[in-house]
Design a protein around this ligand. Sequence first.
Ligand code: HEC
Length: 150
Amino acid sequence: MRQLFIASLLAAVPLLAHADAADDAIEAREGYMKMLSINMATLAGTAKGEIPFDQAAVTAAASNIEALSKYNTVPALFIPGSGPADGKETEALPAVWEKPEEFAAKYTAFQTAAAGAGEAVAGGQDALGPVLQKLGGACKACHDDFRKAD
Ligand code: HEC
């Protein structure tokens, strides 16, 4: 009875039975990165004066980045089989899979940079510069070694 109940629950979940796990992971990590950059754009645009200062918007953007940094991105989204060596179309370099510890360390550095970002921007427009520098430095440090140059 219980098994039947679970089976019927699972049947209701759209499981995407034919999707490729590697393709899903690539799509998800590109979306993840896009979310980071959308929020970074709010912070950078505000710091440059292109977007009128709005404390709530700035706090939301920095808090989003901080929340995203807690996602278990490295093992969950850069899964085996989802790299260029597997014939996948991705901007991730083979180094992601060849030097997994270094890649994980770059992600940890980003997590450290993002910790407290939501509160750190509470000090108004002048507070944005240092936060952006810290965050942007962590994005770049990883991209330099692990993402295809444009
Ligand atoms: C630990 C490494 C790492 C960190 C930290 C990191 N990225 Fe990335 N990023 C990557 C890799 C690898 C790719 C390529 C992903 C792919 O194409 O599969 C990427 C891709 C991207 C892309 C392109 C996404 C697309 O649509 O294809 C953007 C935009 C981006 N990152 C923004 C950011 C921003 C902004 C930050 C910092 C707030 C950041 N990244 C932090 C590794 C990282």
